[in-house]
Design a protein around this ligand. Structure first.
Ligand SMILES: NC(=O)c1ccc[n+]([C@@H]2O[C@H](COP(=O)([O-])OP(=O)(O)OC[C@H]3O[C@@H](n4cnc5c(N)ncnc54)[C@H](O)[C@@H]3O)[C@@H](O)[C@H]2O)c1
Length: 350
């Protein structure tokens, strides 16, 4: 695999994403100053137990802070524990926080880096498929707060991101599906990714996934560059996500599975309300079903989409729905109607 270098320009800051093998070695070689200027490796307990040896061989000598793994720890408690660890490690203004883990580690790490001494350098090493194709690109950082996902955060792009396919080998199947949810979403918005996905018999093949990561990073970078602070275009990346969040809150399915279901449901909603390319939506639905491996439909009772913070007005819900290849529309519906239509679509799909 040759090294792919992608610039992500977003607002005042630019990130460089390196997609390559032996990423930790490359990081260490490019930054001899880490030992003298100070750095802390922030990770989670799962990643640390799997990659302790590799971290030791490449970034050995740097202090490590490992949070308990899982979204339920994406809290102010973890954020402040990390800030304390950064202080105890003696980090200064020219020091670096290395966030090595999935999207949870990346989101908390980025936020902590933005706050510590009003902002120190952050380098991300994303270790899940989702974080490699999505969360490590674009500079959004956050913690969940008072039951609301990503309520407290900042736009704070990492200076560099090191994406290494080696990390995909230890991921559980569900984590691959999580990443695939976002990749299929990118495919709905960008025809070359859609074509590659449709031509691939096994969507879970690790070589295929490693090969498609750089194109996904480049696609997301192109959107972020045009709309770094999500004022307009970047909302296209919410495709399928309003319904995905509604399903996620009630079904117990993983985020990626919910995104795939969200794309299926919102394709059907789009067909009811917008002028659509039906053949494309059929293809998108088939692709999402392949990535879902035809699992049973989640129960659609007690949908909670009204708590999605992207809703525009009380009692109404705004969805970013797919309508044709590389095309989406913003669809606003009264919540009660949205809920009713989702139930009908759910019955039709059964
Ligand atoms: N900032 C953004 O733009 C953005 C975009 C999408 C999602 N997100 C956020 O990302 C988070 C989800 O990210 P995620 O799916 O990576 O979840 P995660 O970080 O919780 O990782 C999922 C699980 O995989 C484990 N893991 C990580 N790397 C591994 C590896 N190489 N091998 C084996 N296990 C490994 C983790 O310990 C964890 O248990 C959510 O909090 C979401 O809000 C942020």
């Amino acid at each position: 695999m040759k090294t792919v270098r992608i610039r992500v320009r977003g607002g005042a800051a630019t990130s460089t994403v390196f997609c390559r093998k032996h990423a930790l070695k490359a990081l260490q070689a490019s930054h001899p100053e880490l030992q003298t200027a100070g750095a802390l490796i922030f990770t989670d307990t799962n990643v640390f137990s799997l990659y302790k040896g590799k971290i030791g061989r490449t970034l050995g000598g740097l202090p490590v802070f490992a949070m308990p793994a899982g979204e339920e720890h994406k809290t102010e408690k973890t954020l402040f524990s990390l800030l304390t660890a950064m202080k105890e490690a003696g980090l200064r203004r020219n020091s670096t926080l290395i966030a090595l883990g999935g999207g949870v580690v990346g989101d908390i790490g980025g936020l902590a880096a933005s706050l510590y001494m009003r902002g120190i350098r952050c380098i991300q090493v994303p270790t899940t498929l989702l974080s490699q194709v999505d969360s490590a690109v674009g500079g959004k950082t956050a913690i969940d707060f008072e039951g609301v996902k990503n309520l407290i955060g900042a736009f704070y792009p990492p200076q560099e991101v090191y994406v290494d396919p080696v990390f995909l080998h230890t991921l559980p199947h569900t984590a691959l599906k999580c990443g695939l949810g976002e990749i299929v979403k990118h495919g709905a918005l960008y025809a070359p990714i859609f074509a590659r996905l449709n031509a691939q018999p096994d969507l879970f093949d690790l070589d295929f996934l490693a090969g498609i990561v750089p194109e996904n990073v480049a696609f997301k970078a192109s959107i972020v560059k045009q709309d770094p602070f999500e004022q307009g275009l970047r909302r296209c990346l919410n495709l399928g996500h309003t319904t995905a969040h509604a399903i996620e809150l009630t079904s117990g399915l993983s985020h990626g599975e919910c995104v795939l279901w969200g794309l299926i449901f919102e394709s059907k909603l789009a067909a009811r309300h917008c002028s659509v390319d039906e053949a494309f939506l059929r293809e998108l639905t088939l692709l999402a079903q392949r990535a879902l491996e035809a699992e049973a439909l989640p129960p659609l009772t007690a949908l909670s989409a009204r708590f999605d913070k992207k809703n525009t007005a009380e009692g109404r819900v705004t969805l970013t729905v797919p309508v044709a290849a590389q095309k989406y529309e913003l669809l606003e519906l009264p919540f009660a109607q949205y809920e009713e239509e989702l139930k009908k679509i759910g019955e039709e799909l059964c």
